[in-house]
Design a protein around this ligand. Structure first.
Ligand SMILES: [Fe+2]
Length: 213
């Protein structure tokens, strides 16, 4: 038996998430766009890029198990509420693992909130122990979260967000992924959301040892 094409199932699940929360659609598309552009910079194979795109579309599927009142809360979460939110990668993995055509994406979904220094969740994995796809999605997700309005704050500018991503290289994020992400963002076709000024990126990239032509 040939394995079922995962694409229609991924899109169906993404549609379910979109119906639950209208704003999610743009977020998923942008995260997938940033993640694939970053993966290309890292010269990943087309198969790996395909998996990363699919996992990016599914990364927050576990949020179906978290109360909307918590997800949309305009103020700070209580400790107990935050503990509930932190369950979503585990719930997501639980769902994805039960769909045979998607089972290969389960580790990426589970690990998208791990930190490069081991201080993330749910498993406290560090460095290369975190699947590369999950390290890429983490950067893409954080950048999109910063550059869009949240219930409790306005969007940060792309410039400020890119600076913050660069500042978190080595702690929250894999420095190699950050470098590739910033390069992708600087490329004219690499930024689906319309990116920060090239001059700002140039400074950030030069600090990372990359020169823009
Ligand atoms: Fe998430």
């Amino acid at each position: 038996m040939t394995r079922e094409d995962p694409a229609p199932i991924v899109l169906a699940i993404a549609a379910v998430m979109e119906v639950q929360d209208r704003e999610v659609h743009g977020h998923l598309i942008r995260v997938a766009g940033y993640a694939v552009a970053t993966g290309k910079r890292l010269r990943l194979s087309s198969k790996e890029l395909e998996y990363i795109e699919q996992a990016a579309l599914l990364h927050d599927v576990g949020k179906v198990g978290i109360a909307t009142a918590i997800l949309k809360k305009p103020g700070r979460l209580t400790e107990e509420e935050y503990e509930q939110v932190k369950q979503h990668p585990v719930l997501g993995e639980y769902i994805i693992r039960r769909i045979p055509a998607l089972v290969h994406l389960a580790p990426l979904v589970r690990s998208h909130h791990e930190w490069f220094n081991g201080r993330g969740y749910p498993d406290g994995l560090a460095g290369e122990a975190i699947p590369l796809g999950a390290r890429i999605i983490a950067v893409a997700d954080a950048f999109d979260a910063m550059t869009t309005d949240r219930p409790y704050r306005r969007a940060y500018t792309a410039e400020a967000s890119a600076r913050e991503i660069a500042a978190c290289a080595g702690t929250q994020f894999d420095p190699r992924v950050v470098k590739a992400f910033l390069e992708a963002l600087a490329a004219p076709q690499g930024n689906p959301a319309g990116g920060p000024a090239r001059s700002v990126l140039k400074v950030l990239l030069e600090r990372e040892g990359v020169r823009l032509s």
